[in-house]
Design a protein around this ligand. Sequence first.
Ligand code: MN
Length: 234
Amino acid sequence: MAHVIPLWEIPSLAVKDAKDRFPVRRIFCVGRNYVEHQREMGGDGRETPFFFLKSAHALVSGGGDVHYPPKTANYHYEAEMVVAIARGGRRIEARRANEHVFGYGIGLDMTRRDLQQMGKDNGRPWDFGKDFDEAAPCSALVPAAKPGHPAFHPSRGAIWLKVNGKERQKADLSDMIWSVPEQIAFLSEYYTLEPGDIIFSGTPAGVGPAKAGDDLLAGIEGLGELKVRIIPAL
Ligand code: MN
């Protein structure tokens, strides 16, 4: 099919030890999915998590240099496990949700916290706070299925983030309020999940500001690390 303007590249993520890439369709993100993070955001630790979306074009595949974004004075990091969907579906049962997963990675749900707060204060959308250029750095994906190995669906293990070598976030994946299978089940009640959708599965406590020159290092046991350097605004 011909197009009247040049077609852009489909956003995609690298896959560990593979040459083919994982094409990304949509990015779903769960909010307030760790009790201690609910509390630091002003909650009582008992709210029900919820979702918002980011454009797939906000991905920064493999991390590296990320520009400080415009129109914010409070730019935050949020380290999260990322779940990549290989098989779509509607009304997926949690107990079968893992069958829909391609693999897992490490993501940073970068946030213009001041713009997000302005949205909250005025009952307006979060998009400008959450969905902007380079707002979703993400590591290569580790496949859930590898020939000769048992299926790999991490539900426990350390998740952490360091800024300039100093630990700022540290928790365990088992601290999630909604597990990954529960998130897939919930989302698939509202959307037809499609191959290529990815889910940012929530951040633990310890979120905070980043500035130009900062080195962010996020890691998850069994998935490796994601390195990002914040560079001056464009
Ligand atoms: Mn988040």
